[in-house]
Design a protein around this ligand. Structure first.
Ligand code: HEM
Length: 545
């Protein structure tokens, strides 16, 4: 009997040791042998990069390059921001060339900045690539909406949401958005001294863009929608704090003070969205009789009504968080898309407004040209109409140049869904490709020797002719997954800047430090204080018809 027990125990120990050994072998294979094989695979094709280090990849070098780059500010007159913003790319490109292999932990990423290859990835061979999984903190913020969805579900949502961004629909937002800008500017003038006031524009513009994205997403339920966006903004602050710390896998599940706050916010956001969806569904008959702008919420509710009885899907998603049928729009899907709108639309647009304002303040001659045009087309105080905005060519050129030099999204990533040939290079399944948008936009081989200078005139014959390559300008991405909110972002930016230029001249505050840096998006590291000097309206300039 005793012998039997000893034997069983030995057997258990052996079994356990065997299992541990298998796990260890797999871990070593994944974290050591596989990266070595991938490095060899690329080296044979002439593609090299910084050597892989066990588990952390090149993370240590990337962090140290970033810290070093962001420790110093830049001269005001310089737009050569690549070495500061994407320091790792700039550093290794000099050593290994424009296409190189870099390791984010044990994940290989192939940096690709050649426009011909970028066109393959996004258009001609896009079926071989998919979006990669976002960082868990970002995933929580962006929601399971268009940004992260894949396959049929993504295509279905994109089709439903697209009409929200048709110009005919967006133009209905202009009067509301314009009065918000004017209201905010009037508040400023009340606090000004000698007609002058200093504003930290990166925060100021966020309030403005939040408003218009809330209008686009929630329409008639705008007030409730804004309250939800406020909660999301708090969530964003918590995520930004966590993002600046070292990433520890699984840490977000621990009941720390920050995590508990974040979980509570998450529940509140979800509950408020579901309540709003229920209310809108209840009032649907009334809404159908109105002929207002098409908002995201309305369009998605309409689609889900066609597909199913929404009330049952609300119950199902509230209770089980799952869809009845994978292609059917549920209340949960609608809630996730609302989250995505806030994440994708708010800070990107305020970012564009911030950098364009900084550039106008840095380059007064372009500011004057833009203002002259605005006053000629829109008058010195009138609210610009949709047709006026379309006529503002100078402002469009300035925006294009701003998006080229300071693209809010500095890079994007795709993952190979299969083994694929990329311009003659064999990419194994699972490899991620990193497209450094900022580097493409600053490449002298594509843009000429003045690539790092602010010269909106390069866009005078349109975007396609501005560079040596037609797909070298990609601030909104490329192909089927190109930004859906592009029209809205441009409309809002043009409208806001036109109204500001009518009323103010802009200059940099002496406090301004030129320090672009990336924290999810391209931000001014020390804010963007700008002095707004009130202009008297000029009665001699008459609006052209
Ligand atoms: C200046 C402002 C903006 C910039 C620079 C910008 C940039 C981008 C880029 C580069 C992508 C593609 C990402 C990739 O391919 O990985 C994208 C996608 C997207 N953007 Fe924007 N965006 C802006 C404004 C907006 C606005 C205002 C909204 C909505 C209110 C929006 C909603 C989206 C969505 C939903 C996607 C995902 C589209 C899809 O995959 O089908 N964006 N954006």
């Amino acid at each position: 009997m005793e012998k039997e027990v000893v034997f069983t125990n030995w057997f258990k120990i052996l079994g356990f040791s065997f299992l541990v050994s298998i796990v260890m072998i797999r871990v070593v294979a994944y974290l050591w042998l596989r990266p070595r094989k991938i490095e060899e695979h690329f080296a044979k094709q002439g593609i090299r990069g910084p050597p892989y280090k066990f588990f952390i990849g090149n993370a240590k070098e990337i962090v140290s390059l970033m810290l070093k780059a962001s420790s110093q500010t830049m001269p005001y007159s310089s737009h050569n921001i690549l070495p500061r913003v994407l320091s790792f790319y700039h550093h290794w490109k000099k050593i290994y060339g424009a296409t190189f292999l870099v390791w984010f932990g044990p994940t290989p990423r192939l940096a690709v900045a050649d426009p011909d290859l970028i066109r393959e990835i996004f258009t001609t061979k896009s079926e071989f690539y998919e979006k990669n999984e976002a960082h868990p903190l970002i995933r929580q913020l962006e929601g399971d909406g268009l940004l992260s969805l894949k396959g049929e579900k993504w295509a279905h949502h994109r089709k439903i949401i697209t009409p929200t961004f048709h110009m005919e629909n967006l133009k209905l937002l202009i009067p509301g958005a314009a009065s918000k800008v004017i209201e905010m500017l009037e508040k400023l003038t009340q606090n000004s001294k000698n007609g002058e006031i200093e504003i930290e524009v990166s925060e100021w513009f966020q309030t403005l863009t939040e408003d218009i994205v809330a209008q686009t997403a929630f329409g008639r339920s705008y007030e409730q929608g804004k309250a939800i966006f406020r909660l999301q903004a708090q969530q964003m602050v918590l995520a930004s704090e966590a993002f600046q710390k070292v990433f520890i896998p699984g840490y977000r599940f621990l009941p720390t003070r920050r995590n508990i706050k974040s979980w509570k916010l998450d529940t509140e956001i979800k509950k408020s969205l579901m309540k709003l969806i229920q209310e809108r569904t209840h009032d649907w008959g009334k809404e159908m009789q109105e002929n207002g702008p098409k908002d995201l919420l309305g369009l998605m509710i309409q689609a889900s009504m066609k597909e199913s009885s929404l009330s049952s899907s609300i119950n199902s998603s509230l209770n089980h968080n799952s869809a009845i049928n994978s292609s059917m729009i549920t209340a949960n899907d609608i809630a996730e898309e609302c989250k995505t709108f806030f994440f994708a639309g708010e800070q990107t647009t305020s970012n564009l407004l911030t950098w364009t304002t900084v550039l106008l303040a840095m380059h007064p001659q372009w500011q004057d040209l833009a203002r002259d045009e605005v006053i000629k087309v829109c008058g010195s105080r009138d609210i610009p109409s949709k047709d006026d905005l379309a006529k503002l060519k100078m402002l469009s050129m300035i925006l294009n140049e701003s998006l080229r030099l300071y693209p809010p999204i500095v890079a994007t990533i795709r993952r190979a869904k299969a083994d694929v040939d990329l311009g003659g290079c064999q990419i194994p399944l699972g490899t991620e490709v990193l497209i450094p948008i900022l580097a493409v936009h600053h490449d002298q081989a594509i843009w000429g020797s003045d690539a790092n200078e602010f010269n909106p005139a390069r866009f005078s014959e349109g975007v396609a002719r501005a560079a040596k390559h037609p797909v070298a300008y990609i601030p909104f991405g490329l192909g089927v997954r190109q930004c859906i909110g592009q029209n809205l972002a441009i409309l809002q930016t043009k409208l806001t800047l036109a109204i500001i230029l009518q009323r103010f001249t802009l200059r940099l505050s002496p406090q301004y430090k030129h320090a672009p840096t990336v924290l999810m998006l391209l931000h001014p590291q020390y804010g963007a204080p700008i002095i707004f000097q009130q202009r008297l309206s000029n009665p001699t300039i008459v609006k052209s018809s």
